[in-house]
Design a protein around this ligand. Structure first.
Ligand SMILES: O=C(O)CCC(=O)C(=O)O
Length: 247
């Protein structure tokens, strides 16, 4: 997980909430639950334009990071990034809204008690760029039940490796298990905005030969469509990549 300072993160000082679902003609599906935009933009903003330009910027950043990873691994420059640049890349933007919850609820499940807002999982895609407002909640797992909070910073991205990148790097980069705790601040909502960089549905997920010279492949080849349907057929918390392991 890395953190990068960017100046074009959307300000969350004052915001309005809008619920939108939008599918772009390019095939990029953007599922938007809530969008928060500065009040001063209310009269003039064009939601589609704002979101499109945000997605373009964040996708370019994801591609640059993937290219640096490719360089570090000694594989062709655009081996990973070309999948996000394809016109039918299945990348996704998700906005999560965590309203304040009180911790006095006596119900049994941790969701109902208000301790967990988004359960433990790894992202199925290649690379995730997450930003949030200044309310805490995100935690990453170090294993053995140890969770590390990520300090909220609206001007930073938290960058997570996803399952597909783990498969494509033959396990050299490991997907990050994380969760979001419910928001226990009494008056402020937590909002996170998450870009998931994904390949096109029919792209074959395979490891470059450079990474297999001294190592056996850990995973069999699969398509992103196959991995996605496997993901949605299983529970969020499962280690879904294990199904594709070569035993
Ligand atoms: O809201 C967060 O900080 C985490 C969200 C998340 O993990 C997700 O949307 O997959």
């Amino acid at each position: 997980m890395a953190r990068l300072i960017r100046t074009h993160a959307i300000s969350t000082d004052f915001f309005i909430l809008i619920k939108v679902n939008r599918i772009r003609p390019s095939g990029l599906i953007m599922i938007i639950s809530y969008v928060h935009l500065p009040i001063h933009m209310r009269s003039e903003f064009n939601l589609a334009m704002v979101l499109s330009s945000y997605v373009e910027g964040v996708r370019e950043l994801a591609c640059e990071i993937l290219e640096l990873m490719a360089k570090g691994l000694g594989v062709p420059h655009s081996f990973f990034s070309h999948l996000l640049r394809c016109f039918d890349s299945d990348s996704l933007l998700r906005l999560n809204h965590y309203p304040p919850v009180t911790l006095t609820d006596t119900s049994h499940s941790s969701f109902q008690r208000g301790t967990i807002g988004f359960g433990e999982h790894s992202d199925p895609q290649m690379l995730t760029l997450l930003t949030s407002n200044s309310v805490p909640g995100l935690q990453i797992s170090l294993g053995n039940g140890v969770w590390v909070p990520v300090s909220p910073d609206p001007l930073a991205f938290c960058v997570n490796v996803g399952d597909v990148l783990q498969a494509m790097t033959n396990g050299r980069f490991v997907s990050v298990r994380h969760r979001a705790m419910a928001n226990s601040l009494p008056t402020r909502s937590r909002l996170s905005m998450v870009f998931f960089g994904a390949p096109p549905p029919q792209a074959t997920i395979t490891c470059p030969s450079e990474l297999l010279q001294q190592n056996q492949p850990l995973y069999r080849n699969f398509t992103w469509a196959e991995y996605k349907s496997h993901t949605y057929a299983h529970r969020l918390g499962e280690v879904r990549l294990d199904h594709f392991k070569i035993v």
